[in-house]
Design a protein. Sequence first.
Length: 158
Amino acid sequence: MRTEEKLGQLLIERGWHIAAAESTTGGLMSHLIVSVPGASKYYLGGTVTYTRNTKIHVLGVPAEVLDGPGSVSEEGAIAMAEGVKERTRANITIAETGIAGPIPGRSSKPLGSAYIALCTPDGNRCEHHEFEGEREEVMRRIAEKGLQMAVDYLEGTK
């Protein structure tokens, strides 16, 4: 069973809803979620906030977070997850922010660096990962890892 199918099954079992806030993946997590028939039972929606202004104005990410640790940070990812939770009232939200490349030097963080956050009824959690590969491969790995984090949380394994 694919991760997105397992995620849907677990959400339906709990009667929960999920929403996503994406940056680096450009909507790929949302695409994977809605690729499962019946996703409308548990998926409330998502947003792609690719720029500073959309993170601030659409999700309510504090400018201080973007000016301080930056958008590609644990604080940035958690603020995105909290922002989409506040706007959708989903039981669980996923957010990701990272650097897919291939332009090195635009950030002090390495290409492939990503922060993936969950906002859950038990609190927030965030993981930092460094993925290797070309841009599209990095994007796919971030999206898949975000969905796997949600599955792990729902299964109670992490």
